[in-house]
Design a protein around this ligand. Structure first.
Ligand code: ATP
Ligand code: MG
Length: 259
């Protein structure tokens, strides 16, 4: 697999992102062992068996600059896996990714966030990884905490946060820096109503400013009203792609023949 950060001319056609033949495989241990000792013995004897699970199968897609692409599909379809490939949290088994510009970080437990660190430490850590100086992070810090509304919890470790709180912090950090490509996973699912509204406003502002956005959501109304194009993922393959209203209609009716 290869991953290229390229200039506009190299990607061509005003594309922000291109994936070609992406496959991602997860290895899942076949059996569970009662004790760590048993697990270690099996490992030493090379007796651990794995099941390979193909979470993405030969995915190709192109996203134009300034476009907002919706990614929909049932639980386990591969949506978050696809975002992780774009965010470079995950290395595909096969395929090529071309990216023009800077991708905002994908932050959730397991991707960029460390559960033993506090909210404050995670903000500094991610700012550092984004290449910001300590001074730059300091100047952004309060805005992030205010947007996430986590003032009272910012010095507690992330493992004590609710999933909505983690998601708020992730969204606040990811949308604070100006990235060329924004990736948003399910912020509307776990945030409470007021946070959802606030996040939607912020997403719309990025959209108006011409940021390329990949938007994963189960909220079909939000997808229809905001996305230019949509892909429907199912069992790691693209089942349909096209205009937001048409693909959402097909997905909701389970219909691929069209009307
Ligand atoms: N770290 C992992 N190890 C093993 N399997 C994984 C891992 N992460 C995801 N999977 C599997 O890959 C498949 C795709 O998962 P993914 O999280 O991409 O789905 P999703 O479309 O985002 O679902 P949801 O709507 O529930 O968020 C699922 O079958 C899941 O069990
Ligand atoms: Mg997901």
């Amino acid at each position: 697999m290869s991953l290229h950060t390229v200039s506009e001319s190299a990607l061509g056609n005003n594309l922000a992102l291109r994936l070609e033949g992406i496959s991602v495989r997860y290895r899942i241990p076949h059996e569970r062992y009662a004790t760590l000792r048993e697990h270690a013995i099996r490992w030493l004897k090379r007796h651990i068996r794995y099941d390979d699970y193909l979470a993405l199968r030969d995915i190709s897609l192109r996203v134009h600059k300034g476009e907002m692409l919706g990614i929909i599909g049932p639980n386990g379809a591969g949506k978050s896996t696809l975002l992780k490939v774009v965010a470079r949290v995950l290395k595909p088994k096969k395929g090529t990714v071309w990216i023009c510009g800077r991708v905002a970080p994908l932050l959730e437990c397991g991707a960029g966030f460390h559960t033993e660190l506090t909210g404050r430490e995670n903000i500094y850590l991610n700012g550092t990884l984004l290449g910001l100086s300590r001074k730059e992070i300091e100047s952004r810090y309060q805005g992030i905490v205010d947007f996430a509304e986590l003032r009272d919890f910012i010095d507690a470790p992330l493992r004590t946060y609710s999933s909505g709180m983690v998601s708020r912090l992730g969204f606040a950090i990811a949308t604070d820096a100006n990235a060329d490509i924004l990736i948003i996973d399910e912020v509307l699912a776990v945030g409470d109503v007021s946070f959802q509204e606030k996040s939607l406003e912020r997403i719309k502002r990025f959209r108006r400013d011409g940021t390329t956005i990949l938007f994963v959501s189960h909220n079909m109304e939000a997808v229809k009203s905001m996305c230019d194009k949509v892909i429907w993922l199912d069992h790691g393959v693209i089942k349909a792609d096209g205009s937001a209203s048409e693909v959402v209609r097909q997905y909701l009716s389970g219909d691929l023949a069209g009307s």
